[in-house]
Design a binder for this molecule. Sequence first.
Ligand SMILES: *[C@@H]1O[C@H](CO)[C@@H](O)[C@H](O)[C@H]1NC(C)=O
Ligand SMILES: *[C@@H]1O[C@H](CO)[C@@H](O)[C@H](O)[C@H]1NC(C)=O
Length: 357
Amino acid sequence: MVCAAPALSISILLLQLLIVAEAGVPTHGAGPVVPAVIILGDSIMDPGNNNQIPTTVRSNFPPYGVDFPTHKATGRFSNGKIASDFLASELGVKETLPAYLGTKLSAQDLLTGVSFASAGTGFDPATATLASVIPMRKQLEMFAEYEERLRTLVGEEKAASIIAESQFVVCAGSNDVVQFLANPLNNRTSKGIANYSKFLMQSNSRIVQDLVGLGARAVGVVGLPPVGCMPAQRTLVGGIHRKCAHQSNELAQKYNRELRKEANRLTAKLQGTKIIYLDIYSVLLDLIEHPKAQGFEESKKGCCGTGVLEAGVLCNSLSPPCSNPSQYVFWDSYHPTERANKVMVDKVVKDYLHFLQ
Ligand SMILES: *[C@@H]1O[C@H](CO)[C@@H](O)[C@H](O)[C@H]1NC(C)=O
Ligand SMILES: *[C@@H]1O[C@H](CO)[C@@H](O)[C@H](O)[C@H]1NC(C)=O
């Protein structure tokens, strides 16, 4: 039964993030916009941290990675690059952003940033526990450890200035929405949902404040995508016509409104910081509703297998992918294709670059 597939829903994702224009050139002339990109989050931003931990929420096997530069499945939940990679490249930092775990980090890696993201995680500790993945708080601890290594490498003062100038991104919450609404034991009345939305927003805000406490100054907080329109949600909740799951989208929009306000509040409260809310809801919804306008053909099914359910371990060598992934918005039933990731990041960077560092 599909509903018994929490590991699947977990692998969900968030969609995306940010950033920018074309191929690492643009707006800023020579040189990177920021010294480093540092990311906390879930599968949209996980370059393979989950490969190093005991969880079933992983994607380090074909057909994942078929279009990645190395054509290897790295643990990224897509056919190619993910949002964190495009973000790093569009900010002129590097072509791909490595995972913190499992990478033998060179001095250059430490100087230019990594991702601590873990597919399946969320702001609610229960979400990470259910998927046996890395909780957001633990990702903060990993960042503190990274910072210590950076200090050892370049000294206290230089490390502090790199961190202060780096672009941080926090991107999670989709898995929380899916898990919360899937469990009938939760209080899913409108008040209960409002309470949960606030709880998620406040958990996010605490993560951001703790990052600032550790020296971050520029933090992009990514809002939720239209979670209910992900192919698996349509299948599980959308009825025979596979409509978008209404309640998931409502919760996402409610949360996004609160997060936007909170970002402004934190920027005003925490001197010298820029906490920016990054909207991906409208960007992705537009792609889903008007795929042809951006050269896509299919936005309701993923490219992997039947496209209605396969993700993570269910998207494997027995589920042949479509032949034209660049015409699909979704690669699997939760995660965008490389091309959709790029379209989203391009848009976000275009909209927000002037607010970033
Ligand atoms: C659901 O949550 C709301 C607010 O958090 C609370 O007022 C209400 O009593 C709860 N309902 C149930 C059935 O627990
Ligand atoms: C509000 O949500 C939090 C987090 O899920 C939960 O622990 C708490 O019991 C909820 N409160 C009410 C009144 O529903």
